[in-house]
Design a protein around this ligand. Sequence first.
Ligand SMILES: *[C@@H]1O[C@H](CO)[C@@H](O)[C@H](O)[C@H]1NC(C)=O
Length: 111
Amino acid sequence: MWAVVKLGVLFHLTYTCNQTKNEAIKSTVIIHQIQNRYKNDIIDEIIAFSKQVLHWNFRFTAHDLFDIDMSTFYLMLTSAATYLIILIQMDIAVKQNFKFSFSNTTFRIGK
Ligand SMILES: *[C@@H]1O[C@H](CO)[C@@H](O)[C@H](O)[C@H]1NC(C)=O
């Protein structure tokens, strides 16, 4: 139950950051269209704003360590799944009283 709530919060955070990033990229196109449509006295400001947005690498980061978007969420899910599989395999090995040999030494997992 606790894990589902935490996963939901994490999904909400990454999804929101992803969508905001996509909207910022979309706004570049929209500003360009506005620039083409209106040839009036505010055109200089529109061009300046357009250039500013175009060169703005919009993204959310965790203190510049990594980007926060959907790829972060998928990475966390796959890492958790990998560790879960390792734990399940260890559990199965313990239950089967698993033994294996490595350079004349026998290792034993379980009782
Ligand atoms: C996340 O953003 C990428 C583009 O940066 C987009 O292709 C993808 O559909 C988005 N994912 C979701 C779940 O909205």
